[in-house]
Design a protein around this ligand. Structure first.
Ligand code: F0G
Length: 406
C-alpha cells in the first residue's frame, strides 16, 4: 500500500505516540494502533478495529547471547510476548479488522502454525468463522492446540506442504468467497510494519546498525523494510538499518537466490527443517524481500539444524527463550560475525518471532539428546539440560545437589 504523505505532519507524531502509552483506551494500548497515523487506510473507522492489545513487546538485552555470537551487545525484540505468542498478531489485528470492514463472515489462511493460531484468535474475537489449512503432521503442537482452542475449523491437508496447500487454497478462495488472510494480504503487512516503528520508538529513535529476522515466506522482511522506509521518507529517522534475513539450510531458496546473483528464483521442492515455522520452499514475498535487501544493503544467511538448536538453547539461558525459527537469528548473527560481515561493535537487534512454549516437544528432545534432523541425523545436545529422576530420599538428593554444584 502506497500513501500520499503530503498532508501529514510527522513532527508531532513521536510525542503523540509516546503519550498514548500511558492511556487506557484500547487502541492506544495496542502497539499497532498506537501508530495509526502510519496506518491511514483505517481512516475514521477505527471503531471497527479488532484488538487483543497486540504489540507492545519488549526490547531485551541478552549478554550471554551477545557473547555467544561474538558481539559486544545484542538486543532482542521479542514478538513472542504477543497475545497468541507470535509476531503474526501485529498483522492479524489489521487483517481481521479489514475483513470486518468488508462484511466478510469466513476468513481462511494456510499456515505453518503461527498465522493460524493468530487468525483463529482474532477471527473468533470478532465473531467471524476461522478456517485454517495446515500441513498434516508438520506443525508444532502448541500452535495446533491454539487453533483448536480458539475455535477454528482446522483442516490438516494430507501429503502436502505449505507451498502446495497455498496453491490449493487460492483455488478454493476464488470459488467460495472466503477472505484469505495470508501474508500477501496487504493489511497484514501494514500491521507488521509497526514492529519497525515500535522497535525504534522503544530505542529512543536510535537506528541500530542491523536488524536480523528469520525468513520463511518473507512477508516479515517485506513489512520491516516498508516500515523503515516510510520512517525514513517521513524524516523520522536519518538512515535505514541493514537487514539480515536468516533461513534454515534445508529451506533456503532466498539464500540461494541471493548467492547466485542474476540466476532466476528457484523454489525448493521439498523444504525441510525442524524449525517448522519457516519450512517454506516457495516464498511468495521474495521479490519484495529482494528489494528490501537492496535498499538496506542487507544480506541473507543460512544456518544448520545444529546451529539453530544450540542458538535456541543459548537464548533460553538468557532467561528469554523462543521457538526454533526465531533462534535462527542468533545462529545467523554468529555466522555473520565470524565471516566479518557484521562487526563485533555494531548495534544489532534480533527479532524473536515466537514464544518458547510454541514448540515444547523440540525443547524436550534437545535437552534429552533425542532431537534428530529431518533426515534422522544426529543433533548434539551441546547445551543440554535434562531432567533427572530422583528417589524420594532427602539424603540422596542433598548428595546429588552437592555433586552438581561442584
Ligand atoms: N518465525 C516464525 C515463528 C514464523 O511463524 C514465521 C512464519 C516466520 C518466522 C517467517 O516469517 O514467513 O514472514 O518470512 N510463519 C508463517 C505461518 C508462514 O504460517 O505462521 P515470514
Amino acid at each position: 500500500m502506497e500513501y500520499n504523505w503530503s498532508e501529514a505532519n510527522p513532527s508531532s507524531w513521536k510525542r503523540l505516540w509516546r503519550e498514548r502509552r500511558t492511556d487506557n483506551a484500547p487502541l492506544n494500548q495496542s502497539g499497532v494502533w498506537r501508530y495509526r497515523e502510519m496506518l491511514p487506510f483505517a481512516g475514521s473507522e477505527t471503531n471497527e478495529v479488532v484488538t487483543l492489545r497486540e504489540g507492545h513487546t519488549p526490547l531485551l538485552k541478552g549478554p550471554l547471547a551477545a557473547d555467544y555470537a561474538g558481539l559486544r551487545e545484542l538486543t532482542f525484540k521479542h514478538q513472542g510476548f504477543n497475545p497468541t505468542g507470535s509476531f503474526k498478531d501485529n498483522g492479524m489485528t489489521c487483517g481481521v479488522s479489514q475483513a470486518v470492514r468488508l462484511g466478510k463472515q469466513i476468513v481462511a489462511c494456510v499456515s505453518t502454525g503461527n498465522t493460524s493460531a493468530s487468525m483463529a484468535a482474532y477471527a473468533s474475537a470478532a465473531g467471524l468463522k476461522p478456517v485454517i489449512f495446515l500441513p498434516h503432521g508438520n506443525i508444532s503442537f502448541g500452535k495446533l492446540a491454539q487453533a483448536l482452542e480458539y475455535g477454528a475449523i482446522t483442516l490438516q491437508v494430507k501429503g502436502a506442504n505449505f507451498d502446495e496447500i497455498l496453491a490449493l487454497v487460492r483455488r478454493i478462495a476464488d470459488r467460495s468467497g472466503i477472505y484469505l488472510l495470508n501474508s500477501i494480504n496487504p493489511f497484514r503487512i501494514e500491521g507488521q510494519k509497526t514492529m519497525a516503528l515500535e522497535m525504534l520508538d522503544q530505542n529512543d529513535w536510535e537506528v541500530p546498525d542491523w536488524v536480523v529476522m528469520p525468513g520463511g515466506n518473507l512477508g516479515n522482511t517485506a513489512a520491516f523494510g516498508k516500515g523503515f522506509e516510510e520512517l525514513y521518507r517521513l524524516e523520522l529517522i536519518p538512515r535505514l538499518p541493514r537487514i539480515a534475513v536468516v533461513q534454515a539450510t534445508g529451506s533456503a531458496p532466498f539464500f540461494h537466490f541471493m548467492q547466485q546473483q542474476g540466476a532466476p528464483f528457484s523454489a525448493v521442492k521439498t523444504p525441510e527443517t525442524l524449525a517448522t515455522a519457516i519450512r517454506i520452499g516457495d516464498p511468495v514475498s521474495w521479490p519484495k524481500a529482494e528489494s528490501v535487501l537492496q535498499k538496506t544493503r542487507g544480506v541473507v544467511e543460512s544456518v544448520s539444524e545444529q546451529e539453530i538448536a544450540d542458538a535456541k538453547a543459548i537464548i533460553g539461558r538468557c532467561g528469554i527463550g523462543c521457538e526454533p525459527a526465531s533462534a535462527a537469528t542468533l545462529a545467523g548473527i554468529k555466522k555473520l560475525v565470524s565471516t566479518g560481515i557484521m562487526a563485533s561493535t555494531e548495534r544489532v537487534i534480533a527479532v524473536l518471532t515466537g514464544n518458547v512454549l510454541k514448540d515444547p516437544d523440540y525443547i524436550y528432545r534437545y535437552h534429552t539428546g533425542e532431537l534428530k534432523t529431518p533426515a534422522n541425523g544426529v543433533i548434539l545436545s551441546t547445551y543440554g539440560n535434562p531432567p533427572r529422576a530422583v528417589d524420594n530420599d532427602p539424603d540422596a538428593i542433598i548428595q546429588l545437589l552437592e555433586r552438581i554444584k561442584n
